[in-house]
Write a new protein. Structure first.
Lengths: 317, 290
């Protein structure tokens, strides 16, 4: 069943040019609830896409609507949307608590509501103890978390996060990813840009790959990988008779390569149709041809998809 | 989103939610007043506001040995001081600094996006920021106006001054100068707010306006009316022409009556604020270019 338009984030043929410089071009996207990661190298257009989504930038062409609300109506949009930008700057002289609550007042919440919502947001990002210290004295990770608290404090349905894991230590990263998963499970849209591909892999329901202002691919990571026919899937099978298995699978038209592992206890297979290969392997096992210890796709992850589509290692992007 | 705060209702968003807008304006004014009075940029404002008081304070301890120095010349001296120093310099540059920084300062500090990412109409944001600038400038510069007048009168002619301000025309003049100060803040404030929104380096238009206002006495009557200073001068309790000669090149024009000056300035202010609101509504945040 398709998701109604008022529950989607819709980019309709959106382009953004900075003078003659391309920001993004001809973007058509429909984003459903869950965690969607924007992935691409620096300058690819991820932040431009996020700024367009939140009305900080205006499209040169096309239109954008979040849950049916156009982005040029901030008074309606930001009842539903929270945006944690990459701008690491704050109003001067405020404490963490004041920073969060003051913009809740601007939203229109009264004193009591703002205090309660601030407390909830601070608890969610584990910053209650430091809340009454000046933001200027915070570490980079704390500043990141207080901005996250500010963006979730008014309880939005859509949360847009530009590199939200930057500057966080491993423990806090794990907690933050858990928080994102929890929010997504509550039915929120989370749009996250990140350079850390294994974390994208870990938390995303779907990815949008962007390069040079163009959407290169979008969808479920495995779905995107499946569609890349020019890059056959690599699978490593650890088994007792790899040579026999190689002979067994090599007759199949979808298998383009079968190579013995150096230790002679495994087989690398490259196939254009992973599903058919797995069926074949099942048959080989049930017919007693081989005893399989493990089967692992080697390049069915975000890093591989990124490398194939964008051409560089994601972590250096 | 969270069970703990599920009971909290989002503020109402019906077609004309005046209550919500007033709450939002109050929140914006409160945030901005804190910045205006206690922020890093406020130091310059205090220096500007205090600048006429310091020489008057020193002068309070000086006994002028001049036969023409008497109580009756004080109103003319104050008229000159108010016109040339307080109105044309202190209030002008003070308002420039306060109102230009309302938006431009936040672009420089990269913090304007927090307002733009709040569920507030940009028009409401403009009104809130303008009011905060207005309160700041009126408080500071009205205090400058009143204190400078008292500092000129009281130390030298204490008993006469007391009578003048309690029983004579002094209080009326004081209130008139204070009123002109407030009106100047209203007019200059709107101008500088909109300049800060449109121009990356607002100093240049500020200096252009400063020059225009200074040359006002040379302009033909029609052009005189395209300025703030003409309307403010028209309301001076002590006419400038009685206090100072503007020279042979000066073009004399009839003062505009207050019942025209005040509504005209307020009308122009509203128009300028509407322009500011339109600009803000279509504004993008691209700090790299600011």
């Amino acid at each position: 069943m398709s998701t109604p338009a008022n529950q989607l984030i819709i980019f309709d043929n959106v382009s953004k040019f900075y003078g003659e410089i391309l920001g993004v071009n001809r973007v058509n996207l429909q984003i459903a609830p869950g965690i969607t990661s924007l992935v691409g190298p620096n300058g690819a257009g991820k932040s431009t896409l996020m700024n367009l989504m939140t009305g900080l930038l205006r499209p040169t062409r096309g239109s954008i609507a979040l849950l049916g609300i156009p982005t040029d109506q901030p008074e309606r949009l930001f009842r539903k949307v929270g945006y944690c930008t990459q701008f690491d700057s704050f109003p001067r002289g405020v404490t963490g608590r004041e920073f969060v609550s003051s913009y809740l007042f601007v939203h229109g919440f009264d004193q009591k509501q703002a205090s309660e919502l601030t407390q909830v947001a601070l608890e969610r990002v584990n910053l209650v103890e430091a809340a009454d210290r000046k933001v200027a004295a915070y570490s980079k990770g704390m500043r990141q978390r207080i901005r996250l608290a500010q963006s979730i404090a008014h309880q939005p349905s859509v949360l847009i996060l530009d590199e939200p894991l930057n500057g966080l230590d491993p423990m806090v990263r794990a907690e933050t990813i858990a928080l994102f998963k929890k929010l997504a499970a509550e039915g929120l849209h989370l749009i996250i840009s990140s350079h850390i591909l294994h974390e994208v892999d870990m938390m995303s329901d779907r990815v949008v790959l962007i390069n040079n202002g163009y959407i290169v691919a979008e969808g479920n990571i495995h779905g995107v990988r499946d569609e890349m026919e020019e890059h056959p899937m690599q699978i490593l099978i650890r088994c007792d008779q790899p040579a026999k298995l190689a002979a067994y699978v090599f007759a199949q038209d979808h298998v383009v390569e079968a190579r013995l592992h150096d230790d002679r206890r495994g087989l690398f297979v490259r196939t254009r149709d992973a599903d058919r290969f797995y069926l074949l392997l099942n048959r080989a096992v049930t017919e007693g041809e081989v005893n399989v210890e493990s089967v692992a796709p080697v390049d069915d992850d975000m890093s591989a998809v990124y490398q194939y589509l964008i051409g560089t290692s994601g972590d250096s992007a | 989103m969270s069970s703990a705060a599920e009971a909290i209702q989002a503020p109402e968003t019906n077609s004309a939610p005046w209550g919500l807008w007033l709450r939002q304006i109050r929140a914006i004014v409160s945030l901005e007043l804190r910045k205006n009075f206690f922020g890093r940029r406020s130091i310059l404002i205090y220096l500007i506001a205090l600048s006429p008081l310091l020489p008057l304070f020193i002068f309070a301890f000086v006994n002028p040995d001049d036969s023409e120095w008497n109580f009756n010349v004080l109103s003319k001296i104050y008229a000159i001081l108010y016109h040339s120093l307080i109105l044309r310099t202190v209030i002008f540059f003070g308002c420039a600094w306060i109102f230009m920084n309302l938006f431009r300062g936040e672009l420089v500090d990269r913090s304007l996006h927090y307002y733009f990412l709040s569920a507030v109409r940009r028009e409401v944001l403009v009104v809130g920021k303008y009011l905060s600038g207005l309160i700041t400038s009126i408080v500071l510069f009205t205090a400058t106006t009143v204190l400078s007048m008292l500092l000129l009168y009281i130390p030298h002619f204490y008993s006469q001054s007391l009578r003048y301000f309690t029983e004579g025309r002094g209080l009326g003049q004081l209130l008139a100068y204070a009123g002109i100060t407030m009106l100047a803040c209203v007019g200059y404030g709107a101008f500088f707010l909109v300049v800060g929104l449109f121009v990356r380096n607002p100093i240049i238009p500020a200096l252009l306006l400063y020059g225009w206002e200074w040359l006002n006495f040379l302009l033909p009557p029609l052009l005189k009316k395209i300025s703030v200073i003409h309307y403010l001068n028209s309301m001076m309790p002590v006419p400038l022409s009685s206090a100072i000669s503007e020279g042979p090149l000066a073009v004399v024009a009839e003062p505009t009556p207050a019942w025209i000056s005040i509504p005209s300035m307020l009308f122009v202010t509203v128009v300028v604020l509407m322009l500011a609101a339109y600009r803000t509504r279509h504004m993008e945040i691209r700090y790299g270019n600011d």
